[in-house]
Write a protein that binds this ligand. Sequence first.
Ligand code: PLP
Length: 405
Amino acid sequence: MTNVDWKKVRAEFPILAQEVNGKPLIYMDSAASSQKPRAVIDAISRYYERDNANVHRGLHELSSRATDAFEGARAKLATYLGAASPDEIIFTRGTTEAINLVANTWGPQNLRSGDVILLTELEHHSNLVPWQMLAARTGATLRFVPLADDGTLAFTPALLDGVKLFAFTHISNSLGTITPAADFCRAAREQGAVTLVDGAQSVGHIPVDVRAMGCDFYAFSGHKMCAPTGSGGLYGRLELLRTIPPWHGGGEMIVSVTYERATYKQPPAKFEAGTPNIAGAVGLGAAVDYLEALERPAIFAHDSALTAHAIALLAEIPGVRVLGPTGARGALVAFHAEWAHPHDLTTYANEHGLALRGGHHCNQPLMRKLGYPGTTRASFYFYNTTAEVERMADILRGAHKFFDA
Ligand code: PLP
């Protein structure tokens, strides 16, 4: 691992050098959306200032530059995720759209009444609602891997009986649980089930190698990994992508069209109808370069140290219960404070320049299961510092005095 100067890295994020409510901004909501380094902002500006044109269609210089930048970003992503080929990367607006793509293409083609879709009790609404909609459409049923008391999943291979698809989160956005993705994928494969991994919280935080993981699909969002909103994608195993029908119809995904019918291109073009988010892909490519230079093991080590420190400090505040596993976990900590509602607590934090998130975190069934209306969550990235974690704890100690007076 390289020795990174995290202070210097932090200075590359212009947004962090500001005050909010007269206090230095402490941004601890990166699980919702990360901030962007100058390198990504500049790559997008440069694209619009020099290269902007539509891709794949013009024979002029700018179109060919835009196409190179767009396809270059796809190739970078393929390497970053350990895919066998850039053709396995489909650009989407993010994780939600990537999951809906699979639910609307592979889903109706492969599921029949009585088939089972296996999910987990940890899933974000993005990896739950599309499968509910697919189940209603096909007559398939949903089954859930139960949550164990320690915040991990109580998986047993028997849960895979009759399962056609196992879709699960890689890192829980509410509890920080890191699921044993390679083990789950192996067990599913042994039963002939297809796997989809929701990588929204892992893609920018831990090393990801889709082939070592053995998944069939991996969905991810650019905006959680230093890239712009509206960028992201789906990794799909090429043999599988070749067999499934397209989702959206339109320009660029066809080989030939008559008034009556059309033939489609090979993946990934088959799944990318219309003008794509070219600037988003350019920004995503720049974000991949940026994260690769920092090295993901170093990012994970830095984030893990911050998270462990935050957990230790929070646990000392009276009436605070820290949720989630005690072992290795994602770069976030959610907690319940018995003396304040999460919305009141996050409003109080905001007055001190601290950006936390309070609520159900798009995990309503999980919150119901945990017995809380919502939680308060601090989520970290490599630009956060130990001093910020300590300041967060100070602010929350102040909140305890304020609310519990
Ligand atoms: N899955 C998980 C685990 C998430 O945390 C999120 C966003 O918070 C999503 C899916 C949805 O991502 P997006 O809104 O970028 O599509």
